[in-house]
Design a protein around this ligand. Structure first.
Ligand SMILES: [Mn+2]
Ligand SMILES: [Zn+2]
Length: 233
């Protein structure tokens, strides 16, 4: 899922996937018309979000801003749509601020096939090494920037059609973590699927890196510093 303000991050993600030689393609969901035109012209598989508008947005919307809340809402709606579509047997959702190093899909598919009822998330705990949150049935800090599931596992987790409850939360990750209680889910090993806490750390086992826990343009600065900015913009 992307917007005009986020398009270069998403393009960089797509280029990083191409670079691995992976045989699959990531589908871009454009949440405004400019982003749709941009990815169409770049030659990528792109669909437009149903009520996508023309945006005035030029920069990356800040975490917690009103536009950011609107994109959180759109993100849950599209996840809910994909989770309920019978033609989609397996789905992997990726944020645009991820860079892929190696093709992770065979590894992820193996996990989904071994435990088809389990929803997989990136772990969002900020420490480095094994996740220390072992209480109850494991880690409860699921990141909604990287999610994988098999048809049927998700049920109504992403359904935020209750406008009153949603307006009190306005954050897709908080929403999802609240809704996980009655579902089967796991977080992925942190060294294979590291979050932003691993920026500047040992990444030798990593399939990818999610540049979260960084604001807007500092993500790009970090990617450039690490030699992971693959586009000329
Ligand atoms: Mn992210
Ligand atoms: Zn964890």
């Amino acid at each position: 899922m992307t917007t005009n303000g986020y398009k270069y991050l998403t393009l960089n993600l797509l280029r990083s996937i191409e670079k691995t030689g992976a045989k699959w393609k990531l589908l871009v969901v454009a949440c405004d018309r400019q982003a749709f035109t941009f990815f169409k012209n770049e030659g990528f598989a792109v669909v437009m979000y149903p009520d996508a508008r023309i945006t005035e947005e030029i920069g990356i919307s800040r975490w917690g801003s009103p536009t950011f809340a609107r994109y959180n809402d759109m993100k849950l709606k599209l996840l809910h749509h994909f989770a309920g579509a019978p033609t989609i047997q397996r789905c992997v959702y990726m944020d645009g601020d991820i860079v892929v190093f190696h093709d992770f899909l065979p590894e992820l598919v193996k996990r989904l096939e071994a435990e088809p009822h389990v929803i997989l998330f990136q772990c969002d705990e900020r420490e480095v090494g094994d996740c220390q949150r072992k209480e109850l049935n494991g880690c409860h800090n699921c990141c909604t920037g990287l999610i994988a599931w098999k048809q049927g596992a998700v049920k109504t987790l992403f359904d935020n059609s209750n406008r009153i409850t949603w307006s009190l939360i306005n954050d897709d990750q908080v929403w999802v973590n609240r809704g996980l209680r009655d579902l089967y889910y796991k977080t992925l090993p942190r060294t294979l699927y590291p979050n932003g806490a691993y920026i500047g750390q040992n990444l030798q086992d990593a399939y990818l890196l999610h540049f979260n826990h960084r604001v807007a343009n500092s993500k790009i600065i970090e990617m450039k510093r690490m030699g992971r900015w693959l586009i000329p913009y």
